[in-house]
Design a protein around this ligand. Structure first.
Ligand SMILES: [Zn+2]
Length: 115
């Protein structure tokens, strides 16, 4: 499972951070998942819940996942459209139908609360 290895990577990043700050407990973790990251959020959350519980440091950690909206850039006039759902049919500015999706494809650690 792709999500499992991502969570393992995230947890080792968190362990390093906690060491750097001499933290004994991580309470909250906020990550951003790019719309093109190909991550199944439910699987990611599930893997996090299982793996974090095995660790004294992270057993109480709450995971918050933020997914930014997808952006579509008009190929013709470079107008940028933001859509939460499907790709817009055409550019409202020049009516071109050639829209190029843009957005992150990574997993970004935004914020960690620890003590
Ligand atoms: Zn346009």
């Amino acid at each position: 499972m792709h999500e499992l290895s991502l969570v393992q990577g995230l947890l080792s990043q968190l362990r390093t951070l906690a060491q750097q700050h001499s933290a004994i407990s991580i309470n909250r973790v906020r990550v951003e998942v790019g719309p093109f990251a190909g991550i199944v959020i439910d699987s990611f959350q599930f893997a996090f819940d299982i793996l974090a519980k095995e660790s004294e440091l992270m057993k109480n950690a709450e995971l918050e996942i933020i997914i930014p909206p997808t952006q579509y850039k008009c190929f013709q006039c470079k107008n940028v459209l933001i859509s939460d759902h499907d790709m817009p049919e055409s550019c409202p500015q020049c009516e071109s139908t050639v829209l190029v999706p843009e957005g992150g494809d990574g997993l970004i650690l935004l914020q960690v609360e620890m003590e």
